[in-house]
Design a binder for this molecule. Sequence first.
Ligand code: PHE
Ligand code: ZN
Length: 878
Amino acid sequence: MRTDSPQTIYRKDYTPPSYLVETVELGFDLDPARTIVANRITLRHNPEAAQDHRDIVLHGEDIELVALRLNGTELNPGQYIVGTSTLTIKKAPLNVVLEIETTCAPEQNTTLSGLYVSNNSFYTQCEAEGFRRITYFPDRPDVMAKFTVMLRADKQKYPVLLSNGNLVEEGDLDNGRHYAKWEDPFKKPSYLFALVAARLVCQEETFRLADGRNALLQVWVEEGNLDKTDYAMQSLKNSIRWDEERWGLELDLDRFMIVAVGDFNMGAMENKGLNIFNTKFVLANPATATDVDFAGIEAVVGHEYFHNWTGNRVTCRDWFQLSLKEGLTVFRDQEFSADMIGTDSGRAVTRIDQVRTLRQAQFPEDAGPMAHPVRPDSFVEINNFYTVTVYEKGAEVVRMYQTLLGRDAFRKGMDLYFERHDGQAVTCDDFRAAMASAAGRDLAQFERWYSQAGTPIVTASGTYDEEAQRYTLTLAQRCPPTPGQAEKLPFHIPVAVGLLDAKGRDLALNGEGDTTVVLELTEAEQTFTFDAIAELPVPSLLRDFSAPVVLEYPYTDEELLHLFRHDSDPVNRWEAGQRLAMARLLRLTAAVQNGEKLELDYTFIAAQRALLVDETLEAAFREQALILPSESLIADQMEAVDPQAIHTARRFMRETIAKVLRNELQNAVAANATPGPYSPDAVSAGKRGLKNLALSYLLAAPDDFTLDLATRQVAEATNMTDRAAALVALIHSGADVEAQLQSFYDEFKGEALVVDKWFAMQASAPTTDVARIRELMTHPAFTLKTPNRARSLIFNFTNANPSQFHAPDGSGYEFWAEHVIKLDALNPQVAARLARSMDRWRRYLPDLQPHMRRALETVAAAPKLSNDVMEVISKALA
Ligand code: PHE
Ligand code: ZN
């Protein structure tokens, strides 16, 4: 809650800590109403701080100070200063032992930051600044210390007591209590601390590491969920192997634990040796989880495991450097997922997914009021900067090093980074310096990817000189202004290029016969020439999405169709189809607005057909290529966004395709059945994906046959992927699904993650209006307190159901304002995420904007708003 006016924190104000912490001994007497925390820290003056800077600054929030001793002597309130979130001891000696006793109330803690209770068990979440909600401490990532933790709790209620590192002692106490003592052999920042005191069971396994050591791997879940831990365990083993093989990085612990908790703000957390996960990214079996869920588990288990080196062994100096660990670790988990599939086309499908996420979420962020560089210069609330820019754009920045330097030099750069910085808290500049040294290259200009916000726009134009057999490509770049950054300097942009001949074959681009070359665009405009080009080529630009930019090239339909049919780069092949579709969707949207007749050309449909029936292509790729740009992507292309017109246009396009390609779509449903036991592998998942996409197309123009097909699939499916997909398609078709929804709920009401799906599929259906959402909120299974549940209904409505959320009467916005305020009283982090649904309100139709402004102002005027929400709302209104 806000106690004073929010303060902006600047990167430029960084100063080293005045004191370093050597050891931390924590004692917990766990009680949901009043937990007592005894904290003994040994500090010594930091030689890198000014010699006369002798203030010890500890952070603390929402905790009660009971006692404070310095080098054995009790301090009284006159000897220290307690601010709103700090405790300062002035003029301290060089070497200090502090003994601090505090209490907190975990059961009252609905923020899910610090120590909290979920389903009667204790969990912690300390990133970014949650440790200060547990005890007073210099809660900043550049203070790294060795932790020893003693946990005491009721044995019956909390049979399992876990913390970071190794279990060194355990036993019984009086009054039905027991204890466990854990020791983490590695120095770590406080944000990586964790404890769990819970009633849980585990799947465990001993795993042999590359150097022959054995490690104990455990996946802890609530009773009754052990039938859903296999995939997480398998993913963990795959992650460990992959990190050894691809990067030479080994697990440094004897024991590695994953714990699943139902109340969690984010996806998961990389606490040293004790990763705590949202159940969504652990629990899965074929009956409850979809292919997308399985892929998510693999990625997130990998992500958290990979943090052990990129994040934990080498951590961030300050929170402005967050992308140092997150961008790099997302890149690593992306590569892991791609390598697990193994085939080039499978890799391409994962890349297409990444591009889609960037365009869908990151480009809008970069063009909106919350735009910030990958390494931000300032923030009010760090929790608001766990963004797609820091994560996904950050991963693109890391990927660009690999594209520019090549895989071998990139690997050398990684090795050097670990060699230089293991055990340290460092900056994005340190990472870049390691890459530059290892590759022997000047990467000074590359720094702008970290410092400048906004999505660069690259415009390309080509000319062909037949006589000289020369193709000349001119590339120019610009970057739109973002808040606080009016002017941008040119970026260092890798542009991967290929040239196709009239038959669709790749032309050799140089003496070595390369068919793709990476051009380095470093100036505002540059010209590149290709010799020995025998005919006028069609350029395939930005292959594999070699940089996070918008590429403009005046492609004709013929050229795009050529690329869509032939490009050897699957990402650009997909891209050509997206460009063809987008142009049509924009024309149709304008036609809806002007009351004109809606028409879709046969050329486009024929191209879709050819791709749909091309058995030489993987199902997963065909699925990607047939998905039309989403309503929000179309919105991004419009001057004044008209959600209703967009919705009508896209619907018309799907309906038309469904009618014309009815036979082919039906065949695709039949041909891509996956009989036999369910397997989440990429090939099977791809088949299900294509089959279910075809089914949803068919239901865009429903008739008895297709309705029956979907109804049977809901009833007969043996896995959640097929079942949910058919049900969603039915809901979207407007069919009466009351009974099916009811029986789905009845069957799965004991599975929280499936109930989330049940809410989500209704919330995101264009047939669900705000009145129905309000009705669903009165359902006994609904609660605002569990983020997964709140997101399933509310976020899916505001973010995934644009035609209803943007109802012309503003009722969707009123609903939004009401729930931002309600959620904020419980959980500011989750509320602030919801607050962002209105980021780009100034881009909507003039008729909608006053409603949107009013809703924003309603939130801004609410009493006791958190800093989290305040920052988002004030930036939106600025
Ligand atoms: N560091 C976590 C991750 O990306 C994300 C996270 C941030 C989780 C803050 C909780 C709180 O893996
Ligand atoms: Zn992460």
